[in-house]
Design a protein around this ligand. Structure first.
Ligand SMILES: *Cc1c(COP(=O)(O)O)cnc(C)c1O
Length: 365
């Protein structure tokens, strides 16, 4: 039997079901001739807000800007400290650095890969102003203890939801816990555009107003610039494409959950699988396993035409860009980075393909 190669992701196939609608939308877009901050952006903002049963969503250019502009709204002082998990995609930490703030790393719980709430209090100092949680791989952080710490210490809470569109904790959606819920619609995310895009859910109307000002050169009124703003507008065409996909987000998530449940059920005992607890409903942006011989396993899968990814090969504190943190030690984070492997688990994959991956994995010796 000759088996077909299984790529980690196939964006063309992922978007194929929407192609006719995209084409129609693009024709309408051309006919209309309105390219920046038009009806598509404002409608997407309303629809994304409605999905979350929230009032305020501001579209921005990408996920990194969603984080940066959220921090900008808080008016923190240079050197103020922001608590952030030691294992995350680098964007979370870059946002803090771009705002002249100091990231303070807290280790994850090795079972969930998310920030360990029990370790947060020890990281709080007189300069701590915020916690930036990351709902990594599509699983929400354990929010109850985090919310009580935020309340006790009067901190701002920013959620990096780039991997968690539609994920819930105790039935509540990622992005609806904090002062800000920052989203990326990078093409591979569970809700992905056909280019760069992002958005911020703001709990307070005043913050929503500020983000809209920051994203458009610091201007509320054309050619009147009140603050030192950016150009970080959600692109009108990307908003139009996102409006087509948003009604299918739950279906995309269900598909990924179904594939994940196959791995959870059938993968043999040599693999450490993600722990799923009762209060959590993850959306598996990434389905990862851990194995002590991760690199050999990746090679083995590759020799069977199965492509995998590593999220992430280098922990943030070991990145050259974060030279000031290179001397620090985060053993849990390092352990995850050394052993984690992300398996194919996309809207574009079939159950047959995933069963094939499982078959090959269970023969690994
Ligand atoms: C993708 C991602 C981002 C950044 O999103 P962009 O749209 O690429 O800027 C931020 N944080 C996390 C956790 C991500 O996965």
């Amino acid at each position: 039997m000759s088996l077909m190669p299984i790529p980690y992701e196939n964006l063309k196939r992922l978007n194929q079901p929407f192609e006719t609608l995209f084409t129609k939308k693009f024709e309408d877009f051309l006919a209309k001739g309105w390219y920046i901050l038009g009806e598509e952006v404002s409608s997407f903002e309303k629809e994304f807000a409605a999905y979350h049963q929230e009032k305020h969503v501001a579209g921005v250019a990408n996920g990194l800007d969603a984080l940066i502009l959220s921090l900008k709204c808080c008016n923190f002082k240079k050197g103020d400290e922001v608590i952030v998990p030691s294992n995350t995609y680098i964007a979370t930490i870059l946002a803090i650095l771009h705002c002249d703030l100091t990231p303070v790393f807290v280790e994850p719980d090795i079972r969930t890969y998310n920030i360990d709430p029990e370790l947060i209090p020890a990281a709080i100092t007189s300069r701590t102003v915020a916690i930036m949680v990351v709902h990594l791989y599509g699983q929400c952080c354990e929010m109850d203890p985090i919310l009580s710490i935020v309340k006790d210490h009067q901190l701002k809470l920013i959620e990096d939801c780039a991997q968690a569109h539609g994920a819930t904790y105790k039935g509540k959606l990622a992005g609806t816990f904090g002062d800000f819920g920052a989203f990326s619609f990078y093409p591979t995310k569970n809700l992905g555009a056909l280019g760069d895009a992002g958005a911020v859910i703001c709990r307070a109307e005043a913050d929503d107003v500020q983000i809209r000002q920051f994203r458009n050169y610091g201007s509320k009124k054309k050619y009147h610039n009140d603050v030192v703003g950016y150009n970080s507008r959600l692109d009108e065409l990307q908003a139009a494409f996102l409006r087509i996909k948003l009604p299918h987000l739950d279906e995309i998530n269900s598909h990924k959950k179904k594939l994940a449940s196959l791995y959870l059920e059938h993968l043999d005992g040599q693999y450490i699988k993600p722990l799923v607890l009762a209060d959590f409903d993850p959306v598996y942006h990434i389905f990862n396993i851990r194995h002590p011989e991760r690199n050999r396993l990746k090679e083995y899968l590759s020799s069977h035409q199965i492509t995998t990814e590593i999220h992430y090969p280098v922990p943030p504190h070991e990145q050259k860009a974060l030279a000031a943190m290179n001397h620090l030690s985060y053993p849990v984070s390092t352990e995850i980075h050394q052993t984690t492997l992300s398996l194919p688990c996309s809207y574009a994959h079939t159950t047959e393909e995933i069963m094939q991956v499982i078959d090959v994995l269970n023969q690994f010796k």
